[in-house]
Structure formats: structure tokens, C-alpha cells
Design a protein around this ligand. Structure first.
Ligand SMILES: Nc1ncnc2c1ncn2[C@@H]1O[C@H](COP(=O)(O)OP(=O)(O)O)[C@@H](O)[C@H]1O
Ligand SMILES: N[C@@H](CC(=O)OP(=O)(O)O)C(=O)O
Length: 458
């Protein structure tokens, strides 16, 4: 069995639905289908998930709801009309969307999760009705009935082991199984939760593991995963094959084409992932595979950048000799409920990199005050607008002078590098730069390694 996941861009309107139905029918192994909510149809269009967030806010603020409800319902209606599904289908979708406004929720987070999750829920329902109308035996895999159990924060949930047992029951099903992506049921109280944004990729991977799929095909709107984000460098080189851990590092650092948390279930079950284009399904796309036996095609596979970080730089002589320094530091972070992303250290220096979403101005101030009074650093510097540049490649393990090759294009252009983190991972090097230099750094590294086919540059 193959699991196929279609992203929002592949389900944006009836024309895209036609394409994905053709893709499903092209290969009898494509039995498990995971769908996102309808995505953008053109530049400036709004994803249904974002409309649902607007809708949730409007309900909370006691604003007028009619326009946003109509806009959401019409996205489904346009698709439903094209396939002439029975009227009852659209009546159900309209009732569910309007009914959300009168439901009560434990708090704002639960309300948001429930509203968002319905984008995927109703799209999966609609697709299963369309496939049924086309004469294909189809099951709508309602997460409540399936037991798609999750735990953790309701807008950033994680799957629980039970879900895999529940999914295993469908392994031999001969029906088309249509799952809503993104959507989970809180194991503790049965309320609705979602994965983090872009999380239908995670659902696809969980379903692939649970059903022991031979491959997880992830259909999107690009021909392949490229060596660099195409928004930064136009027409970049495609990656035909890469390893799970290369993808994990690159998606963490900005390759939004595949969610970084979606790697784990596929890795656990060793299911290969094939990222393909819904608009060109016959192209091979990118295959993401285990490390064993993998032969790198070059020195680096990709370069990514991610903004939205801050860094705390601490200097104190003999820091490396002081027992408990890092422990005390982490206790201060713990006190304010702050997690950190990275913590490279030297003999007298330490940098902690934070995701800005973890911080408020008040917690930063309080945390820095505590560090000053409890740890007495010689120097404490807070750096805003920090970016991470990640250079990734299995081939880097085989090559000497790795750092020098990567740094040279940046130093040649006077780019200020705040931090270099090499060695924690064998296959990646992380640089810290100002946000303002991030894209230029990515372009320079890409040009150095990929332009003129200097993939094994020296
Ligand atoms: N390295 C990369 N290779 C390919 N696409 C990338 C890369 N980095 C970012 N992207 C972006 O990811 C997009 C696909 O992801 P997404 O918008 O989430 O699609 P979907 O709607 O299928 O879920 C592409 O259109 C592209 O703009
Ligand atoms: N619709 C959700 C989940 C998702 O994965 O969407 P997409 O496949 O369009 O990235 C979101 O926008 O976050």
C-alpha cells in the first residue's frame, strides 16, 4: 500500500481535485489518502485554514460572521458543484461550518484548534463523497472513529503510540481510506487538537507508519525539493535523493516544503518518502531514504535559512572549569518556561539561541536579570534579529576543510558570522548571522557550491 498526501496547493479548487483523483486512480496501490484544507489558488488568495482562524477570531470578538462563513463555505461549494455531489453533502458542510460559531470551548486554544481542524476534516469528507460518487469504494476516516489520538498542546500536538495500533486495523482494507490531515483527538479529554502549521505532512507520515506503507508519497506544487528555497534563488538545482536526516535538518532550517516533525514516524518505520508534483505527477520528484547505503551526490545537499531567532551571548573566564554553571543557567530558563534551540559553547563563552516564539520582552528581561545576579557573567549580550543558516550534506563527512569552504564565500563578502556550530551533527554546519544577511549568505553559499557544477568544490 502507498500513502499519498495532498497539500493545500493540490486541493485548492476543482481543477486540482481532478488532478489528484487522476493520480489516485493511476496506481492501485495508492489506497490511503491524506488531505490538507484547500490552499491558495492564486497569489494573494487566502488558505481555508487562515480563513478559519479569521472566523475563530471573529467569533471571539463578537464580530459579524456572515462574510467569512460564506467565503469558507464557497471554497467547498465550488468543488462540490463541479463534481455534482448530492445536495446533502454541501448542506452538511455548511451546517458544520456555521455550527462552529455556537459551540463552546474550554479556552481560546481549544477553540482555535477546533476551527482550524475543520478545514482538513471537511475536505476529507468532501473528497470521500466525490470518490464514492465516482464509484470507488471509499471510507471517510473520521479521526474520532479511527482513534487518531494525540497529546500535548492543542495547537502543537504530538501523536500517541495508541494511534498506530488503531491504524493497524485498516492495513488490509481494500477501500480508499481518506484521512483529514492536521487533525487529532486529545487522548486525555476527547477534544480536537491539531499539529503545528503545515502539519498534514505529519499525519501522512503517521498513517504511512501505521499502515506499514511501502512508500509515503507527498504531493505538492514543486517538481522536487531543491537545494535552496526557490524564493531565494530562482530555478535552483533539484535533489533527486537525500537522507532522512538531511531533510530533517533542512526542513527545520527553512525548507517549508516538508514539515520537519513529519520525518520521525517515517524514520521509525523506515518508509521512504517521495515528494512529487501534483501538476507533473510523472516526474520522479525527490526520494528521501535511510542513511544506510546512501551515496552522496555532492559535498553539500542543500542550504537553508531561518529567521525569527534571538541569541544570548555570555562570556566568563574559566567558564569551562565551573561545576554547575550550565545547570544554573538552565534552571533559570526552566523557571521562565523557556526552551532553547541551540547552545554552542567554548572555554569562556556560551551562546544560547532561542526561537522568538518562546519569548516575551518581559521574560527576556527577567531571565537576563537573574543570569546577571546568579551567574555574574563578565559579559552578557542579547542579540535580536538573529538568523540561522544551515548547510547540510552527507558528503560533508567525506571532505576535509569543510568549514573553510563554507565560510569563504561569506567572509569574501564581509558578512558578519556570529556563531559557527560544527560537530554536533556530522552532516551539517550551522551559522548564526544577522537576519538582514541571511538571504545573501544563502545565495553566496549556493552559488559557490552549485553554480558552474562545482558540487565537489575545493
Ligand atoms: N528547498 C525547497 N524546495 C522546494 N520547495 C521549497 C523549498 N523551500 C521552500 N519551498 C516552498 O515549499 C512550497 C511547497 O510547500 P507548501 O506550500 O507547504 O505546499 P503544500 O500546499 O503542498 O503543502 C513550494 O511551493 C516552495 O515555495
Ligand atoms: N492546512 C494546515 C495544514 C497543512 O499541512 O497545510 P498545507 O498542506 O497547505 O501546508 C495549514 O495550513 O497549516
Amino acid at each position: 500500500m502507498k500513502v499519498v498526501k495532498f497539500g493545500g496547493s493540490s486541493l485548492a479548487d476543482a481543477t486540482q481535485f481532478e488532478k489528484i483523483i487522476h493520480i489516485i486512480q493511476q496506481d492501485p496501490e495508492r489506497r490511503a489518502i491524506v488531505v490538507s484544507a484547500p490552499g491558495t489558488r492564486f497569489k494573494g488568495d487566502i488558505k481555508v485554514t487562515d480563513l478559519l482562524i479569521q472566523y475563530a477570531n471573529a467569533v471571539r470578538n463578537h464580530e459579524s460572521l456572515e462574510d467569512v462563513q460564506t467565503e469558507i463555505i464557497d471554497r467547498y461549494r465550488n468543488i462540490a458543484n463541479h463534481f455534482a455531489v448530492p445536495d446533502a453533502v454541501m448542506e452538511h458542510i455548511s451546517a458544520v461550518i456555521t455550527g462552529l460559531a455556537s459551540q463552546s470551548f474550554a479556552d481560546q486554544d481549544h477553540q482555535l484548534a477546533a476551527f482550524k481542524a475543520h478545514g482538513e476534516y471537511l475536505n476529507a469528507y468532501l473528497l470521500s463523497q466525490i470518490l464514492t460518487k465516482l464509484g470507488l469504494p471509499t471510507k471517510f476516516m473520521d479521526p474520532r472513529t479511527v482513534g487518531f489520538d494525540v497529546a500535548g498542546p492543542v495547537n502543537d500536538a504530538h501523536v500517541t503510540p495508541k494511534t498506530y495500533n488503531h491504524l493497524a486495523a485498516y492495513q488490509t482494507s481494500t477501500d480508499y481510506l481518506v484521512f483529514p490531515g492536521f487533525f487529532g483527538i486529545n487522548e486525555a479529554d476527547g477534544t480536537i487538537a491539531t499539529f503545528s502549521r503545515g502539519g498534514s505532512d505529519i499525519t501522512g507520515s503517521i498513517v504511512a507508519k501505521g499502515l506499514h506503507a511501502e512508500v509515503y508519497e507527498n504531493f505538492t506544487d514543486v517538481d522536487a525539493i531543491y537545494s535552496v528555497d526557490p524564493h531565494i534563488v530562482p530555478n535552483p538545482k533539484s535533489i533527486s535523493k537525500m537522507t532522512y536526516r538531511e531533510m530533517r535538518e533542512l526542513s527545520y532550517a527553512g525548507f517549508s516544503v516538508f514539515h520537519d516533525e513529519a520525518l520521525l514516524p517515517a524514520i521509525e518505520a523506515q518508509v521512504p518518502i517521495n515528494v512529487k508534483n501534483t501538476n507533473h505527477p510523472d516526474l520522479p520528484g525527490t526520494l528521501i531514504v535511510p542513511e544506510q547505503g546512501f551515496k552522496p551526490a555532492g559535498f553539500i545537499t542543500g542550504v537553508a535559512s531561518s529567521k525569527g531567532f534571538s541569541a544570548l551571548y555570555l562570556h566568563r573566564y574559566l567558564l569551562n572549569k565551573e561545576v554547575g554553571f550550565t545547570l544554573k543557567l538552565l534552571q533559570i530558563l526552566y523557571k521562565y518556561g523557556i526552551s532553547y534551540e541551540h547552545m554552542p559553547s567554548g572555554i569562556d563563552d556560551l551562546t544560547i539561541i532561542f526561537d522568538n516564539r518562546e519569548l516575551t520582552p518581559e521574560t527576556v528581561q527577567a531571565m537576563c536579570d537573574d543570569i546577571r545576579t546568579e551567574l555574574h557573567p563578565d559579559q552578557l549580550e542579547w542579540i535580536d534579529h538573529y538568523a540561522i543558516i544551515m548547510i547540510v550534506g552527507e558528503g560533508m563527512q567525506l571532505s576535509p576543510n569543510t568549514i573553510e569552504k563554507i565560510i569563504r564565500p561569506l567572509t569574501d563578502h564581509d558578512i558578519n558570522i556570529h556563531m559557527i556550530n560544527e560537530g554536533a551533527s556530522k552532516i551539517s554546519i550551522m551559522l548564526g548571522t544577522d537576519e538582514a544577511d541571511a538571504e545573501q549568505s544563502v545565495k553566496l553559499i549556493y552559488q559557490h557550491f552549485f553554480d558552474n557544477n562545482r558540487i565537489f568544490t575545493d
